[in-house]
Write a protein that binds this ligand. Structure first.
Ligand SMILES: [Ca+2]
Ligand SMILES: [Ca+2]
Ligand SMILES: [Ca+2]
Ligand SMILES: [Ca+2]
Length: 452
C-alpha cells in the first residue's frame, strides 16, 4: 500500500494484493473484482476494496490485483492518518502451512500538511506478492523501491499490529535499513514464510507484504545467464544504453518455459523485446534500453527481475541503474583517481590554460595540459572562430553570439558554420562571421549547461 498526495487534503491510496484465482474463476485481466474488504482511510472515510486484475497465474491459483482509491481528508492545519485494509487470508494455496488462515493487514501512514509541496510515500515495484525460491539456498535481494518525489527513505520489518503477522520476522531474516537488502537463511523443507516491510521517508509510510514459497525442487530452477557487468547499468543523460538480461532453465519441457518478470519500469527504462528461444522456450532474453532523460535525477536506483517458469521455479536478481551526466563520466577518466579532487567541476581550470573543464570536455581537450583550443582569425571579409567539438555534444548546445560592445550579446545571424571532420570523435567547427559596417564586432560561442 502506498499513497500520493494530489492536493492540500486529497490523496490517492494505492493497494496491490495477490488473490486466489479460484475465488474468482471467471474474471479476466482488466476486470474489477469486489474483494469484500474495506479500506479505512484513518479518518471517518471507508471504501470498498474493488481491485482491477492485472495478471492471472491460473497454474498457481493466483492473480495480481491493484486499485487506486482517492480520498479527501477533513482537517485544519495538518493531519496524520493511518490508512489500512485487512483480510482473513494471505494468498493460498501454497506449499505447506495449509491454504489460508493467516491474516493480512496492509497499512500506510499518511501525513498531510496544507500549503506544502505535493508529496508521496515510497513505492515498491515487485512483480507479485508471492515469490518462489528453492529450498536449500539462502535468499537475498534488494526490495525494489523508489520515492516518486525523491526523498531518501528507510526500511524496517512491520510490527504485529501493522501486519497481523503474529511472528512478523522469520527466524534468521535480516533487512538492511538503508539499502532494503532482505535475506532469509536457507530453508530445509518446503515452507511458506510471510514478511511485511514498512518503508518510511519521514513524510509517511508505505507497506509491502511478501509471501515466500520455498519449494523442494525435483528439477532445477532457471538461472540468469546474461546480466550487465557488475549488475550495474550506467546511463548517460540523453543517450541510449542497450543491454540484455537472459535466463535459462536447464530442463527442456513445457513446464520449464522461462519468463522474466519485473515491476513498473522507472522513467527512462524500457523493454524493447522479450524473446523466448530454445527447446520449449526454456530460454528467455529481454532486450532493454536505459535512456535517462534531461532533468532526470542522477544517482542509482535498483530494480529486481525474476526468472520464473510455470511450475514456479524461480530466480531473482537485482540490477542497479545509475544515471550519470556525460560530463561526470568524462571527469571520472580525465582526472587521476586521487588528485585534483577539488578542481573537477565544469568551471575549474586546473591547467590554467583559460579553457575551463566544461569546455575541455565539449572540445575533447585535456584538462591537465595547457593548450589553446579556441582560435580566432580575421581576414579582409570575415572573422573566424574555430574550435573542436565532440560529436556527442547535443545539437544546438553551442550557440554563437555577436556583440558590438562586449556588453550586449545577440544570437549570431548570417553566420556560416563550417564542419570539418577532425578525428574519430570530434569535428573542427569554424564559424565565419562576415564583417559588417560596424566599427567593431565581437564573436563568441556559448555552451549550454545541458551539454555537460
Ligand atoms: Ca516522499
Ligand atoms: Ca526446471
Ligand atoms: Ca583548462
Ligand atoms: Ca587543457
Amino acid at each position: 500500500m502506498s499513497w500520493t498526495q494530489t492536493g492540500p487534503k486529497t490523496v490517492n491510496v494505492e493497494v496491490t494484493r495477490t488473490i486466489r484465482r479460484g475465488l474468482y474463476p471467471a474474471v479476466n485481466v482488466g476486470d474489477t473484482i469486489n474483494t469484500g474488504s474495506l479500506l479505512n482511510f484513518g479518518d471517518a472515510g471507508l471504501t470498498a476494496v474493488n481491485l482491477v486484475v492485472t495478471s492471472i497465474d491460473a497454474a498457481r491459483d493466483k492473480m495480481v490485483t491493484s486499485g487506486v482509491f482517492p480520498h479527501t481528508y477533513t482537517f485544519s492545519g495538518s493531519g496524520s492518518f493511518t490508512a489500512f485494509t485487512s483480510t482473513c487470508c494471505r494468498p493460498a494455496p501454497l506449499p505447506a502451512n495449509g491454504s489460508s488462515g493467516i491474516d493480512m493487514r496492509l497499512s500506510a501512514q499518511v501525513i498531510l500538511a496544507e500549503n506544502v509541496p505535493v508529496r508521496s510515500s515510497p513505492r515498491v515495484y515487485l512483480p507479485a506478492q508471492v515469490l518462489y525460491a528453492p529450498t536449500g539456498a539462502p535468499l537475498s535481494f534488494a526490495i525494489p523501491a523508489s520515492d516518486p518525489d525523491g526523498d531518501s527513505f528507510g526500511y524496517r520489518f512491520a510490527t504485529t499490529p501493522e501486519s497481523s503477522l503474529t511472528t512478523p520476522i522469520p527466524t534468521g531474516a535480516t533487512l538492511d535499513a538503508s539499502t532494503g537488502v532482505f535475506t532469509l537463511p536457507a530453508q530445509a523443507a518446503a515452507i511458506r514464510q510471510c514478511v511485511q516491510v514498512i518503508l518510511d521517508d519521514g513524510e509517511g509510510t508505505s507497506s509491502v507484504d511478501m509471501v515466500f514459497s520455498f519449494l523442494g525442487y525435483a528439477t532445477a530452477p532457471p538461472a540468469f545467464t546474461s546480466l550487465p557487468a557488475g549488475r550495474n547499468v550506467i546511463g548517460y543523460i540523453g543517450q541510449n544504453t542497450d543491454f540484455q538480461i537472459a535466463a535459462v532453465d536447464p530442463e527442456l519441457t513445457p513446464s520449464d518455459a522461462t519468463d522474466i518478470v519485473f515491476g513498473a519500469l522507472p522513467p527512462g527504462l524500457s523493454l524493447l523485446s522479450s524473446v523466448p528461444s530454445g527447446a520449449n522456450s526454456n530460454t528467455r532474453t529481454l532486450n532493454m534500453r536505459w535512456s535517462p532523460q534531461p532533468g532526470q535525477t542522477t544517482g542509482a536506483s535498483a530494480m529486481t527481475f525474476m526468472a520464473i517458469n510455470p511450475t514456479g521455479e524461480a530466480a531473482l536478481t537485482t540490477l542497479t541503474f545509475t544515471v550519470v551526466t556525460p560530463y561526470a563520466a568524462w571527469a571520472a577518466t580525465a582526472f587521476p583517481a586521487e588528485s585534483l579532487a577539488n578542481q573537477r567541476e565544469p568551471g575549474d581550470d586546473p591547467d590554467g590554460d583559460g579553457t575551463v573543464n566544461g569546455l575541455e570536455f565539449v572540445t575533447g581537450g585535456n584538462p591537465l595540459v595547457a593548450a589553446p583550443l579556441f582560435t580566432s582569425e580575421r581576414n579582409a571579409t570575415e572573422l573566424i572562430l574555430s574550435y573542436p567539438r565532440r560529436r556527442s555534444v547535443p545539437v544546438g548546445a553551442d550557440r554563437p553570439q555577436v556583440s558590438v560592445d562586449l556588453t550586449g550579446w545577440l544570437p549570431a545571424t548570417g553566420l556560416q558554420r563550417e564542419v570539418l571532420p577532425l578525428d574519430d570523435t570530434r569535428d573542427q567547427i569554424r564559424l565565419h562571421l562576415p564583417l559588417g559596417p560596424q566599427a567593431q564586432q565581437f564573436l563568441r560561442v556559448v555552451f549550454d549547461e545541458g551539454a555537460f
